[in-house]
Write a protein that binds this ligand. Structure first.
Ligand code: ADP
Ligand code: MG
Length: 269
């Protein structure tokens, strides 16, 4: 078969095998290999890599879309120098994603603007890139969704969906107080994921305030804390808001970092 016909056949074969990206790259790789006189195995490796790289990229894009992250920010974009109460090594350890493999949790606690959501999102993005399923939602949205599913008898379906993702990010848990029913359903979700699947929680409420947050029900609050904190890395961020940083510079004043008003029992291993 002459070269032209062989190439044509290779295109047909790759398309029949549904290797669309390899098919698009193969002409260029053939020419390059001929020029550089690369071996057969290296050439084959490059063709397959062309397919795999695109598929991985598409998979990551799909996982990022399904994750519903509120924005895309990376750990590299996080200025640790601005927030000295965050242990950078601890964050880097989390970035290995061992915590997801071990079903451990992360709790990011602190006042507004200190980077809680940024860090949660950055870890979520790492997980998406590593091929793990991620889902991000706010505490309020989650509570409303669970209550609504009671009304149309789809609670089991919701629990199933929310225990499928390897990493669940609950942003702003306790930003507003929950009703009792919402609190109980949130507890059920946390209990279902406990020791199996990781959850990252961001909150602006110290643990001492959680009874108030969870419908005034101390038993539910302590049951949630128990499951959430048993295997958890906790960041108690005590710093100034990053949002105000640029405004302060523009206006020529600076805000002192204020400690977050946490009370006893906040640092469980
Ligand atoms: P929080 O969730 O604690 O209220 P965010 O994570 O939403 O705060 O941060 C507010 C904004 O400031 C975001 O745009 C975030 O990317 C940015 N930000 C916060 N802290 C830092 C930081 N240390 N370095 C870089 N950007 C930061
Ligand atoms: Mg936030």
């Amino acid at each position: 078969m002459d070269t032209f016909l062989t190439r044509q056949r290779v295109h047909e074969q790759l398309l029949e095998l549904k290797l669309k990206h390899a098919e698009q790259a193969v002409d260029h790789l053939c020419d390059e290999s001929a020029e550089r006189q690369t071996g057969y195995s290296e050439f084959l490796c490059q063709v397959l890599d062309a397919e795999l790289a695109q598929r991985r990229d598409r998979g990551t894009q799909m996982r990022l879309k399904l994750a519903h992250l509120p924005f895309q920010k990376t750990l590299e974009q996080f200025e640790f120098g601005f927030q000295p109460s965050i242990d950078q090594r601890q964050v880097e350890e989390l970035a290995t994603l061992n915590f997801v493999a071990e079903g451990r949790n992360v709790v990011l606690l602190g006042p507004p603007g200190v980077g809680k959501t940024h860090l949660a999102v950055a870890l979520g993005m790492k997980a998406c890139l590593a091929g793990l399923s991620v889902y991000c939602t706010s505490g309020l949205e989650l509570a409303r969704r669970l209550v609504a599913s009671l009304a149309d008898d789809s609670l089991d379906k919701q629990f199933l969906a929310l225990t499928k993702c390897k990493l669940l990010i609950i942003d702003e848990l306790g930003y507003l107080p929950y009703e009792r029913q919402q609190a109980t359903l949130l507890f059920q979700l946390i209990a279902r994921r406990y020791e199996r699947l990781s959850t990252i929680v961001t909150t602006n409420k110290g643990f001492a305030q959680w009874a108030e947050v969870f419908g005034g029900d101390a038993a539910v609050a302590s049951a949630i804390l128990d499951r959430l904190l048993h295997h958890a890395t906790i960041f108690n961020i005590r710093g100034a808001s990053y949002r105000l940083k640029d405004r302060q510079q523009a206006l020529g004043f600076s805000v002192e970092a204020k400690p977050h008003p946490l009370k006893g029992g906040d640092r469980r291993p």
